[in-house]
Structure formats: C-alpha cells, structure tokens
Write a protein that binds this ligand. Sequence first.
Ligand code: F3S
Length: 398
Amino acid sequence: MQLTIEEQAMLVGEQGPAVRKAMEILLALGTIYGAQKMTPVASVQIAGVSYDNLGEAGLHFLDSMLQGGAKARVLATLNPAGMDVENWQALGISPEFAERQMRVIDTFASMGVAPTCTCTPYLSGNTPHFGEHIAWAESSAVCYANSVIGARSNREGGPSALAAALTGRTPLYGYHLDEQRQPDIQVEVSQSPVGAHEFGALGKVIGEKMGDLQGVTIPYIRGVGQASVEELKSLCASLATYGGAALFHLEGITPEAGLAARPSKSVTITRQELEQSMASLSDEAAEIDFISLGCPHLSIREIQHLAELLRGKQVRKEFWITTSRAVKSIADRAGYSQVIETSGAKFAVDTCCVVAPIRGRFETLLTDSAKACYYAYSKNKFKTVFKSFDEVVQEALR
Ligand code: F3S
C-alpha cells in the first residue's frame, strides 16, 4: 500500500505506540483486501462495547491502547453497552458487571470517544453526508449509512474501527469504491410491506435468499412504494443480520438506486413468503415473560407513539424500551418518558435486549424486531414471539 508521509510516521511509532498499533491493524487489513492506499474518514462508530461480549481480555486491550496514548482524531461514537449507565439497578444488572462496564465506557471516553452508546448514531449526532467516507462497526448502522444516506463504509470490526478513530484513516477498498457499490441481484417485492416489523421480515427473506444464491451481496429492491426512517432502520438491521448485507438500493427511495445498473439475476418475494417469514419468528405456544421494543434503538417518533399507546395504562410484564440517551432526553422534555414509566415499562437506555447480560433470566422474548429474534435465540437461547409494534404494546397490557 502507498502510505503518505504522515501515515508512514504513524506506522513507525512517531505518534506513540497506540497509533503505531492502529496503523499496523489498518495496513494488515488493507493488504488482505488489496487496497492501494488509505482514505481519510469523517467519523467512526465503535462496536464491541458491552462487557458481556468484550470480557477482561477486551478491556485489557483497550487499557493498553489508552496507556499507549490513544486519542480519537475524528468524531467517534459508541455502540450500545451492556447496561443503562444511569438505571442499571432497575434492570437487574449486578454491581460487579456495572463496575466493569463503566470501566469500558470510561476508557473509551478517556480516548476522546463520545459515549453515545447507541446503534442509531445517525439519529444521535453522528450523521454523515452523501458520499462521505466513514468507518463504522455496527452492522445495521453500516447498512443504513451506505444505503439510505449514501455514505461509504465497510463493515468494520471493533479493533479496525478503533484504529480508524485513532488515525482518522481507513483502507480504501470495498464499499468505499464506486465499482463495489453496484447491485448484483434484483429483488421484486410483489406487495409492499407496511410497518417496521414487516420491513424487518422482508430483510430476513431477502437476506436468506442471498445466502442461498451465494456470491450476491448488494440487492436492488423494487416494489416498495414508500418507507419511513423507522421502517428503513428495521430493514437494514435484518438485511445485515440474515444476509450479511452492508448496502442495498431501494428503487425510488435510496439515493444511489438511480445510478445503479440493473442486475441480470432476479428473484421475486411474494406476500406469502413474507407471512411465512414472520410466522417462522414466532413460537405461538411459548409463554411470554419478557417484552422489548427498540432494536435498532427507537426514534423519537416511535417513543411519541408508544407514549400515546401507554397513556393511563399499566403493563403487566417486564417491558424494556431501548433507545439512545440523546433521544431519551428529548422524550424527557416532551413528557413522553413520564407517561411510559408511569405505565410500568422500563427504559433501558444505552443498551438493548441482546447486548445486556440477561441469559437465563427469561424464557421468551416478544418483540417487533426480526434482528432481536435472531440474537435472542442465538445468544441468549430465548424463544421468540414476533408481532407489530402496536400488537407488542397490546400484549404488554394484557
Ligand atoms: Fe441495536 Fe442491540 Fe438491535 S445493538 S440493532 S438494539 S441488537
């Protein structure tokens, strides 16, 4: 790879051991993927924040980087942690876990990383513009940034995202290049989905078809009439989870769809397949003992709607509302938080039902998120029931 004089200086340690390590990581990555050079990045989203995933070894790595002079040189934000940093006791998190989780967050903060703890950075102040190079490591957010915004990011891992934050660089390959952003399969949707849960189910069907076909990575989707931000964030989370997709084009909606060449390979998604996909996420015989909304983290519009549904009512099951601290503070000001908390539902800010350490505490999760269903089973061994947002709330009130 061709490095600039400044990048070479980073590589030989002139800016300290942490920057040297970071540049070594990026150089290795770029060499593997055939990058010719680095590109500056405007922002970074760092995943691997929950102590439940990171463990002591991960914390030790972060600490050694901090001791080596690590300092973010571009806007860098954090993915959800394993707990609500203010309200962890109410969610049943142990003091030992809380202490370790705070060490992780404090270490990132000492590096100059903004402790946003959300998977929707684009709703919380880390919002790139069209064509901007970024290095993000939350799969649903990468898919949203590439597809809906038209920014450019590969799916970074925790260490490579941190390395990008410390150097302000990422290797120029993959989704950073025009030629790597062309679709390779056309997907005809016979009936437009409605609601975030149906968009999530659509992402599951498309993602699984991509897996069956092999070698296809970027769908060009037709037949979806309109889509809200909330529906798109759900589609992004599912496509990334079930198909490993980091980019899609949605005809008439996403910014690069008009620039894309039509692929010759094509599949059709019927309404029946969508229904089957939704049914496959539900174990109807299961006894629901845990309910969660907010995967990906809820927008202020969703919280406003939730407050309308819960006003003057009482929930009867453990019900977590997951969102970012930024959105929660708006909900506080608007009075939505008080309505929601009075109903007995609990805010689980900074975290979510997947990254919190809750394995063994519940049997069955009810949610409107296809991504949450996938990880509830694969990570926590929960059964799942999948319904629309409004149906989830109705169930919580029964
Ligand atoms: Fe976000 Fe957790 Fe879902 S990180 S996308 S709420 S699994």
